[in-house]
Design a protein around this ligand. Structure first.
Ligand code: A3P
Length: 325
């Protein structure tokens, strides 16, 4: 398979390497990544053949459990701050989960072949879990893509915790799926959209090559410097905060509105369910939201093993999950 973002022809999916030990979906290895079979069979081909990118489109890309929900909330609140002031008690984020506001293109296509993305007004804010190399060439050429990345041990713990709770919503069962199993599979890159290091390098390299088209964010930096990272995001999306807005505290209000504590405690996120194709309990998207939770789930030996795998894989790439900034 090439690196040009070509979609797998339908009949080829059957012949791709299969991994069935990762609930809730079977995964197939394509172009170096383990992708949910249903996404590969239906979502990716439709994304490639039926999605018409617009220059104003902003696509939010993420390896699962890296801060997708947060990025969706921040990007939406920032882009729409004129129509929806972030201090408003009636803000859409106060009544709607971020995943019901910003949709995943390939998931929409995977579960509904009549995805109505064409009907959305510009500028469209959309999301994807697909690796950079699997995005349609026209999307890479036309749209702006903001990617959020997270330290792999924390992303792994977050994924395992999520899938244990959310698998039934995907029609699966992860009751017997142990952390050790999730860990061993992830070390081998066998998790949805894995290996994570390869995923991150692709987006990071693209952000270095084409900073006007690809923005690379890190979850840990967002935790450390939420306002500064939000300003980078706003600038990238072409809706920079003005000095006057800064003075009025608009950026701070966006950060506050999208904070874990605020979102997690909204009624819709405590008791609501996804309205889209995957009826996940919204509460499952909000947990601790910290850096370093891996130490509560992994032995030092496990951590060393994964760190070494990541270090070896990243050798010579110039990329590190730890920011040097
Ligand atoms: P933890 O499970 O480590 O707590 P995703 O949105 O990609 O599914 O990632 C989920 C992770 O992001 C979870 O991490 C979740 O708690 C955290 N998260 C969700 N919303 C957040 C927010 N507003 N601010 C910070 N972290 C958030």
């Amino acid at each position: 398979m090439d690196q040009g973002g070509a979609a797998a022809p339908e009949m080829e999916v059957e012949s791709l390497p299969l991994e069935t030990r990762c609930p809730p979906f079977p995964l197939r290895q394509y172009n170096g990544f383990w992708i949910p079979e249903i996404t590969l069979r239906r979502g990716v081909p439709a994304f490639h053949s039926r999605f018409t990118p617009r220059p104003s489109d902003i696509i939010l890309a993420s390896f699962p459990k890296s801060g997708t929900t947060w990025l969706k909330a921040l990007a939406f609140a920032t882009l729409n701050r004129a129509a929806h002031p972030p201090t408003s008690e009636d803000h859409p984020l106060c009544r709607t989960n971020p995943h019901d506001i910003v949709r995943f293109v390939e998931i929409d296509f995977a579960f509904s072949q009549s995805a109505d993305l064409e009907a959305l007004p510009s500028p469209r804010l959309l999301a994807t879990h697909l690796p950079y190399s699997l995005l349609p060439e026209r999307v890479r050429e036309t749209c702006r893509v903001a990617c959020v990345s997270r330290e792999p041990k924390d992303a792994l713990v977050s994924w395992w915790k999520f899938i244990k709770k959310a698998a039934p919503a995907f029609g699966g069962d992860a009751a017997a799926f142990t952390f050790q199993e999730a860990f061993d599979l992830s070390c081998d890159g066998r998790c949805p959209y894995g290996p994570q290091w390869r995923y991150a390098v692709e987006y990071w390299e693209a952000s270095v090559r084409r900073p006007d088209k690809v923005l690379f964010l890190r979850y840990e930096e967002m935790l450390r410097e939420p306002r500064g990272e939000l300003k980078r995001l706003a600038e990238f999306m072409g809706c920079e905060f003005s000095v006057e807005e800064e003075e009025r505290g608009v950026a701070d209000a966006v950060v506050e509105l999208c904070s874990l504590d605020r979102l997690k405690n909204m009624e819709v996120n405590r008791n609501g369910r996804g309205k889209g194709k995957l009826p996940v309990n919204n509460a499952n998207f909000f947990r601790k939201g910290v850096a370093g939770d891996w130490s509560n789930h992994m032995s030092p030996e496990m951590a060393q093993r994964l760190d070494k795998i990541v270090e070896d894989a990243l050798q010579g790439s110039g990329f590190s999950f730890i920011s040097s900034a």
